[in-house]
Design a protein around this ligand. Structure first.
Ligand code: AQP
Length: 344
């Protein structure tokens, strides 16, 4: 039972990244360890180059992200934590997988449509191929489970299709998905049951996001307690003051989900527990207290870890060596199956 996930070193990480992904990496690390398997996590710097970015900042943002993952509880002695650009097997596999990726499927990706519309100067081919690189990340490690937020469902479905098509085409199958030897493992996406899609506090009909959305609508993991409380107090709700979840109440539902996720309750329990509340004010205060309590220890640990970039580089080098030891043989098998390079 191998677990794999990746995170971009772009911008400032937000509460959606934590509740949708990072905290499930930490539980994944524990589950994998208990099962005698690996949990593998990657900071995907190559993905970050698919939109306009500042090369002088990329390494700093990578260190920020690694320090945050360590502060949240990842332990390089208990998992494999590496930087995507340190493992050249993955971009090579990306190219090989384009042979079984339909152009039409890539054209249908919501993220490509949204992000290409945001680019002012260039819509890069890399942005178009982003889902193939993501598929290569996971498939290079024959991962079984991929913990991600709800926004990644379409990418996960595509990577499953790519693996199935690869096995059918190059694993000696008859070409129909499901046939052929399992050269590549077909992974499963694992989505949180609560807060799988954290919404923007100011525009709760769209997800909290790094690249779109306002500072006021986004709770950054390194925001101080005062800022978190202020942003939550100003969160958009509605006028009926009734604490209830449902599609007609996106702002309130988002706050209830945040409170549920940060206090390990279901949204229904939170609604029940707030039955005597004096309205949205109480919900907002309770949510702010819970988020501050959850993030405080992570922020403290981040402050201790972030300044030591040499230590971060050392941890990444260890992770890259372990990652290459797994991805290398998988790539060799893919090359052999595809007839690329000399006979094995
Ligand atoms: N709002 C969200 N709710 C739940 N999960 C989320 N994730 C992202 N946003 C939410 C999950 O975070 C993980 C890392 O995502 P990423 O590598 O795409 O990092 P990012 O660029 O910081 O994420 P954003 O905010 O989604 O960036 P944009 O908007 O620029 O694309 C993934 O598992 C993702 O599901």
């Amino acid at each position: 039972m191998r677990i794999y996930s990746g995170i971009q070193p772009t911008g400032r990480k937000h509460l959606g990244n934590h509740l949708g992904a990072i905290r499930h990496y930490v539980t994944g690390q524990e589950e994998a360890e208990a099962a005698g398997a690996e949990a593998i996590f990657c900071v995907v710097d190559l993905h970050a180059t698919t939109v306009a970015y500042d090369p002088r900042e990329l390494r700093d943002r990578t260190y920020d992200t690694v320090a945050l993952l360590l502060a949240a509880g990842l332990d390089p002695d208990r998992c494999i934590l590496y930087r995507q650009g340190d493992v050249p097997e993955v971009p090579e596999l990306t190219w090989l997988l384009t042979a079984v990726t339909a152009h039409g499927d890539l054209n249908r990706m919501h993220q490509f449509k949204e992000k290409s519309a945001q680019q002012r100067e260039l819509v890069s081919a890399g942005l178009f191929l982003y889902p193939v690189l993501m598929a290569a990340d996971v498939l290079a490690f024959r991962a079984d489970r991929v913990p991600v937020g709800d926004d990644q469902r379409q990418h996960i479905e595509l990577m499953r299709d790519i693996a199935l098509r690869f096995n059918a085409r190059f694993g000696g199958g008859d070409g129909t998905p499901g046939s052929g030897r399992e050269v590549l493992r077909v992974p499963e996406g694992v989505y949180p049951t609560v807060a799988a899609r954290v919404m923007d506090l100011q525009a709760p009909e769209r997800k909290m996001s790094t690249s779109s959305g306002s500072i006021e609508g986004t709770l950054y993991l390194l925001d101080d307690a005062k800022t978190i409380t202020k942003k939550l107090k100003r969160a958009v709700t509605d006028s009926d003051n009734e604490i209830r979840i449902g599609p007609d109440k996106p702002g309130v539902t988002n706050l209830v989900e945040l409170l549920a996720a940060t206090t390990d309750r279901t949204p229904e329990q939170v609604v029940e527990d707030l039955a005597d509340a004096r309205g949205y004010g109480d919900l907002k205060v309770a949510t702010a207290e819970a988020v501050v309590a959850m993030l405080g220890p992570i922020q403290e640990r981040y402050a201790e870890l972030r300044h030591d970039e040499d230590a971060i580089e050392r941890a990444l080098a260890v992770g890259a060596a372990k990652a290459r030891a797994i991805a290398g043989p998988v790539l060799a098998e893919v090359r052999e199956a595809m007839g690329v390079g000399p006979r094995a």
